[in-house]
Design a binder for this molecule. Structure first.
Ligand code: ZN
Length: 478
């Protein structure tokens, strides 16, 4: 192992877990010498059984509700989307979407229409969603349970030590599991682009329109792929036309809930040049089925659409569109703003920062994001900036090491990022005179320190000579 990490076992390199009660750190790899006296128990099957049972109970209960319950749920979800900027409770979001899925494949024939009773069911489902999230965390090995001996009554709970870095990222996008309405999200000013709001027209190039909403696109992907169950209900087949259809409905809504009869909806699609086959496909796409939760509401002969629900689902599908990844393009732009924030910080701290953008020492060779100099300490800092989110699949004890260490991706593998920086360091060290000429200063006998600054807490602290840290940590030491 060339790396150092406070999150990995120093014996076997496996992920460190924390005993939730005693806060003790341990390695749960049974072939490691650091493995505690422990029997891991897998009760996820039982948890799943309880959860599915409770969902069945809800299904039986809502049959006695009046059809108004459907609209009540859609109204609540719209309200949630409309207030996304204040932070969003993941369990509530999950509960609403799954309830919407349940009621759209159930015929409600009852008379119960008291808001109190409606709300009770929603609250009950929030608890089920929390159970689902817990189950997912067991299956993904974010949490694990164990006993010292089989006859023990006490069950010990362990949590991935790196879990706090997951929370960091969720919180930054305003995804929370408890209500906290007053947050200012950390990277908001860096991610949000100062662009004029671009009006939408059918047939237009959609990239500039969606670029304005890049944070929302990332947020929707994180929300809808928060756990396996939710992502299964969200994912569906679509093409660019479906996204254009969603955006056109958003604009037709003009900020309000909109009710169309069958003819008006069909006409709208016709005006937007949907063929008969495309119309049929789009209706399935937007109204879902028993496995896909609906985006719009189709009941009692009405087609009801909500502006923010429609728009946010358009964000989700836009982010999942393979052919052109707008999110990546926006991240590159945000990354440049992040770099300039780091440069400003260094200047404030009286470091010399000779260049305002990335440079090359040798044409066509390595690019250097930031170079800073301390003439007092006689040190040069070669800084590589990685402004990247962990993909939804990485929020897992099963995949985390693969993505951050084994996988060869130049954006998410910290080992790979460090190895690349090692090569940069070597090129820089043998071309110091070129740098001195470009920067118009002498760095003779200065120590060169290679650093990688990440958006969030990295899994590794060091790989070979490369120091890896978040901007917050960087500010503590530099
Ligand atoms: Zn170990």
């Amino acid at each position: 192992m060339n790396y150092q990490s406070e999150y990995l076992c120093n014996k076997c390199g496996g992920l460190i877990y924390i005993n939730v009660k005693t806060k003790e750190e341990c390695c749960l790899n049974s072939s490691c010498s650091r493995y505690p006296k422990l029997i891991i128990i897998d009760n996820s099957k039982e948890v799943e059984k309880i959860m599915l049972g409770r969902i069945e109970d809800i299904k039986k209960k809502v049959r006695f509700f009046s059809p108004k319950f459907k609209e009540y749920l859609f109204d609540l979800r719209e309200n949630l989307f409309n207030n996304m900027d204040k932070g969003i409770n993941i369990s509530f979001f999950h509960a609403l979407n799954e309830l919407i899925l349940i009621v759209s494949s159930t015929s409600l024939f009852g008379r119960i229409d008291s808001i109190q009773k409606f709300d009770n069911v929603v609250q009950e489902f929030i608890q089920i969603a929390e159970l689902e999230n817990f189950l997912d965390s067991l299956q993904q090995k974010v949490n694990l349970m164990g006993k010292i001996t089989l006859s023990d009554k006490d069950i010990l709970t362990f949590q991935l030590k790196y879990f706090k870095a997951f929370i960091e990222q969720y919180e930054n996008y305003g995804l929370i599991n408890y209500s906290r309405k007053d947050r200012a999200f950390k990277f908001e000013t860096i991610d949000v682009q100062e662009v004029d709001r671009i009006p939408f027209q059918i047939g237009m190039e959609m990239t500039p329109f969606f670029k304005q909403f890049f944070r929302e696109m990332v947020k929707m992907k994180m929300l809808l792929e928060y756990n396996y169950r939710l992502s299964k209900f969200a994912k569906r087949e679509f093409k660019k036309r479906e996204i254009a259809g969603l955006v056109s409905i958003f604009f037709s809504c003009r900020g309000k809930k909109m009710v169309w009869d069958e003819a008006s909806f069909t006409n709208h699609l016709k005006r937007n040049e949907f063929t008969d086959e495309e119309k049929k496909f789009f209706k399935n796409f937007i109204f879902g089925n028993k496995d896909k939760f609906p985006i719009g509401l189709n009941y009692l002969g009405k087609n009801i659409f909500y502006p923010f629900s429609t728009l946010f689902f358009a964000f989700y599908f836009m982010n999942s569109l393979g052919e052109k990844n707008i999110v990546n393009e926006c991240k590159r732009e945000a990354s440049l703003r992040f770099e300039s924030e780091i440069r400003n910080y260094l200047k404030e701290k009286s470091y010399s920062v000779p260049f305002d953008g990335e440079i090359e020492l040798i044409k066509g060779s390595y690019k250097y994001d930031i170079i800073a100099i301390s003439h007092i300490k006689k040190e040069v800092y070669l800084i590589e900036v990685k402004y990247c989110d962990l993909p939804p699949s990485g929020f897992s004890g099963l995949n985390l090491r693969t993505i951050k260490i084994e996988y060869n991706d130049p954006d998410s593998s910290e080992v790979k990022i460090a190895e690349e920086h090692e090569k940069r360091l070597s090129e820089f060290s043998s071309n110091i005179s070129i740098f001195e000429k470009m920067a118009n200063c002498s760095i003779k006998d200065y120590v060169i320190k290679p650093i990688v600054i990440m958006k969030y807490t990295p899994l590794l602290n060091k790989n070979n000579s490369i120091e890896i840290l978040s901007f917050d940590k960087f500010k503590e030491s530099y």
